[in-house]
Design a protein around this ligand. Structure first.
Ligand SMILES: Nc1ncnc2c1ncn2[C@@H]1O[C@H](COP(=O)(O)OP(=O)(O)OP(=O)(O)O)[C@@H](O)[C@H]1O
Ligand SMILES: [Mg+2]
Length: 249
């Protein structure tokens, strides 16, 4: 579903990605971890067309993504969240979802008056458990609910691949647990790449983990394999990976 081959991203001579190779099969829930500045967000940026690689290939479902514009990549079926929120606070939950769903529609469809909610919006509401809040302004949502709305906004675009940048940052324990369940449910019929640092969260919800360090893939494997790997322990400042990975940015 997603394949990066020798991808390089250079900012003013600094290699933020330095030859990344990554393969994510269809239907996988893949976790991406690594210290601050490892290149995790840059990797998402390069897949979604926000940043153009200096070299290398990015393929999604058999198509080359390099050189395509962000909106073209969204239309192909790639959705992402940002580290900072992009919800419209004055709009209701359902209006935010509707707006997100409209990004993949042709312009004429937007000018027609719509009755009720589309199937994509109804589905996103149900999956994220936000039905009871559908007509409330997004501004009143708790931090966790707002993150779920953002995930719902992605789902409303009907992507095949979702890239989530630290979706549980700042969440309570209960909210994290619900998010883990939500991600697992989403991965039943999507391919999902999640950037997350929290080791407890990984233990509970991750199967395969890719560790990025200084713009390269350092290790890939199960949570246990990765956290026991001396190279991973070393990049997390020589402490036990368990302690260090759990530390928030
Ligand atoms: N637009 C940019 N211009 C210059 N340097 C950048 C730019 N974006 C990222 N960088 C640099 O590239 C490196 C990788 O950044 P990136 O944001 O991908 O890291 P990250 O793994 O997401 O870190 P964090 O855990 O802090 O979110 C960092 O050293 C960062 O300072
Ligand atoms: Mg980041």
């Amino acid at each position: 579903m997603l394949e990066l081959r020798d991808v390089q991203v250079v900012f003013d001579g600094f290699r933020a990605l330095d030859g990344v190779n990554l393969t994510v099969p269809e239907g996988e829930l893949r976790f991406l971890i690594g210290p601050n500045g490892a290149g995790k967000t840059t990797l998402i940026d390069v897949v979604t067309g926000l940043t153009r690689p200096a070299a290398g290939n990015v393929r999604f479902a058999g198509q080359d993504l390099v050189g395509r514009k962000e909106h073209q990549i969204v239309r192909l079926g790639v959705g992402r969240t940002f580290q900072t929120s992009v919800v419209f606070e004055e709009l209701t939950v359902v209006e935010n979802l509707d707006l997100a769903a409209s990004f993949r529609k042709p312009l004429w469809a937007l000018t027609r008056r719509r009755r009720g909610v589309s199937e994509a919006v109804a589905d996103a509401l149900a999956r994220t458990g936000l039905e009871a809040l559908a007509d409330r302004p997004a501004g009143v949502l708790s931090h966790g609910q707002r993150q779920w709305l953002e995930i719902g906004m992605l789902l409303a675009q009907r992507p095949r691949l979702l890239l989530l940048d630290e979706p549980v940052a700042g969440m309570s324990k209960d909210e994290r647990e619900r998010t883990g369940e939500l991600l697992t449910a989403i991965a039943a019929d999507h391919t999902v790449v999640v950037v997350e640092h929290d080791m407890d969260f990984l233990r509970r919800h991750a199967s395969t983990v890719t560790v990025l360090h200084e713009g390269r893939v350092l290790v890939e494997g199960s949570v246990d394999e990765v956290s026991a790997d001396p190279r991973v322990q070393e990049v997390y400042l020589g402490r036990r990976a368990d302690d260090a990975v759990g530390e928030r940015s």
